[in-house]
Design a protein around this ligand. Sequence first.
Ligand code: PGA
Ligand code: ZN
Length: 404
Amino acid sequence: MSRIVTLSARRVYDSRGVATVETTVTTESGAVGQVAAPSGASTGAHEVQALPEGGVSKALREVAERVRPRLLGVEVADQVGVDARLHESDGTPDFSAIGGNTATAVSLSVAIAHASEARRPLWQVLARPGVRGTVFPAIVGNCLNGGRHAIGGPDIQEFHAISSAKDPSDSVRAALEVHKVVGETLHARWPTHALGRGDEGGWVAPVGNLEALEILSEACRTVRDRLKLPVAPGLDLAASEFYRDGKYRYREQALDAEGQLDFLVGLVDRFGLTYLEDPFDEEDFDSFGKLTRAVGTKAMVVGDDLFTTRLSRLRTGVDRKATNSILIKVNQVGTLTDTFETVDFARSSGLTTVASHRSGDLPEGWLSHLAVGIGAAGLKCGLLGGERAAKLNELLRLGGAHEG
Ligand code: PGA
Ligand code: ZN
């Protein structure tokens, strides 16, 4: 293996047109790794700080002054050493000095340079013990948007097709078909309305929460019948975003935690939901646990804002049996090593993982390698838009999709 000889950083823009940090790492043998960090809109309170005070400009100065001197000369295969040096150059518990997005870009750039140096696919460099890359994640595909990603739509942030065929090319096909059928239904219902798409490529329409869920679950049923593939409805409620003064404030109703629990258990039964992300406020471990027990194996209960990919939060969640699954976003913790500590603990505790994009993302495919490398049960990467298609298409390449 060879050493890191250059590290550079620049300002680029994500799918929302928001500035972010991109870094490039090269090794003495000429291998290159280059990545830009994605960023969230409905960020969890416990995520590391995405950028330092002073934004991207400050982050770029920090790379030059604090990070680069520590990384030049380090073995590109030494991911743990690289990530420890990122923490050392930052010196805070939440990456507030250099920015979690800066750390994410550097950490991933190094992994990509390592894979290129070793002439191995990235997923193998990221693979956790026992993962052989033969099982592919279900697609968690965003079909309809609300919440912070689509003002004027439902309060629930994301309505997903959970597409779980064995072959990723079937999963991708079925999820895209659900998106299309949802669009056809919306157009038929509002023939003179201009319908839009939200930050993650799902439809935006002036629908209520239950109405949206009816349209989604009907579309899933249509696609199941049409393609004979397993696809079911799921939600990312991002419930902290509409939880105020002890109540979940939907446009149709306001529910306390007990009411929310009953409401959600009812939705699982009525619509056959198989995926519920952030169904309660990000501090309410107990309600998460009640829901997880109530739904049993019928649905994945996934903690995103609840855990923010942080090991300490996950430990609390496991102690309290809060969920059966965890969302994994590298830039919620800042480095691959931190991510892997959380992933390994989740796996050894019997939780499944879901590798996730951010609402502001880039046309890069590393997330699909991460999903395969950690043996994720799900890949949450949206369906439409270049930055989402890049991940689906990379999964197809990993799945060996070929014709002729
Ligand atoms: P974010 O949302 O990237 O805006 O945080 C995505 C999610 O909540 O899963
Ligand atoms: Zn979420």
